[in-house]
Design a protein around this ligand. Sequence first.
Ligand code: PLP
Length: 422
Amino acid sequence: MTFFRTFCINALLTGGIEDVTFNLDFLDAITNRIKTKDGGWSDMITDRAKDIPPFIVMDVLEKAQEMERKGQRIIHLEVGEPDFDTPSCIKDACLKAMKDGKTHYTHSLGVMELREAICEHYFNKYGVTVAPDQIIVTSGTSPAMLLIFAAIMNGGDEIIISDPHYACYPNFIRFLDGVAVRVNVYEEEGFQYTPEAIQSKITKRTRGVMINSPSNPTGNLLSPERMAAIAALGVPVISDEIYHGLVYEGKEHSILEFTDNAFVINGFSKTYAMTGWRLGYLIAPREYIRPMQKIQQNLFISANAFVQWAGIAALREAAADVERMKKIYDERRRFMIKRLREIGLGIRVEPTGAFYILGNIKSFSADSYKTAFDILTATGVGVTPGIDFGTNCEGYLRFSYANSIENMAEGLDKIEQYFRHL
Ligand SMILES: Cc1ncc(COP(=O)(O)O)c(C=O)c1O
């Protein structure tokens, strides 16, 4: 076998393109390795790549899109993406930046003017002072999460997350050889963490507590009292503030109002309807910036230049657009809560932020994955199974109201019929 491998590798090194194709097939035949659909070798795929779970909502969306391509009408209540167009002041700033030649790499920490605008935003909104050298601008919030987890965790270190949680948190943590330690949060408590439950999970290996308020998937906010109590535990808090700006009752708070021992991740995808632009940022204690900057330089170099200039316009010029969208989301939120209750999907504590509602389906089904795909196949309505957000979210479906009232009305009528005929 070794002889054959050496022979083939030599042939590969000396041969032309056709030889390479021929010899790869030959190598495949003599080593009995299984070729994957995309032409790779199955036994060369790492455990890291094999083990990362799918982001199930994307699987639902992709199946829904396949049905759409076949001509079926689909109503999307699964996807966490604004249906609004990006405000025109943001698009104009992007076009201007392109015309002005902002088309090259930027500083790896991000364009200074954008970092200054972020400082201004945090000061005006929360009264907290952060400096531009505490900020790294990233291509979406997801890379910011990667930089933070990579900088604070060695293999085997632990991050505490709630269950339900944003689907990707534990996947990022595990991908970096860390351990996600889950704290169950409950519907009757408005899915809010209790500081006592977090305290009971703190060990010598705990490197951070993840909070996300308003939360995906629950749409609930953490009260300022609980945020203060969590900050007082003395463990660094990683606060995902991506849904700030989309709060319909009460007020959102930044973790930086309560402690400096914190990492903030935030982005433009949701509040400014900019999912496709890929723009986000992190705010961190100064000593972590250089290590994370080095990761950014190696993995991403910098965020997209002209998109960063668009981000400045979002922060400084789009407040009226955000208000307009927020008002519409709020009408949809009220409509959806009412309809879900009529259908019998109990909602004990009304969600007041983001654009999600968790509907309790426990009296109909114990398998949210099967139910979500059944609903899609039977009715053409996309919904997200609770299991995507943790085992404690089994028995729920997540509904997104980032869709028009007309579409939601039609989709929810179909779902009502589905549950009636179970
Ligand atoms: C809680 C939360 N954090 C982060 C993200 C990722 O957002 P981005 O588009 O900025 O990568 C999402 C996207 O759905 C989210 O819901």
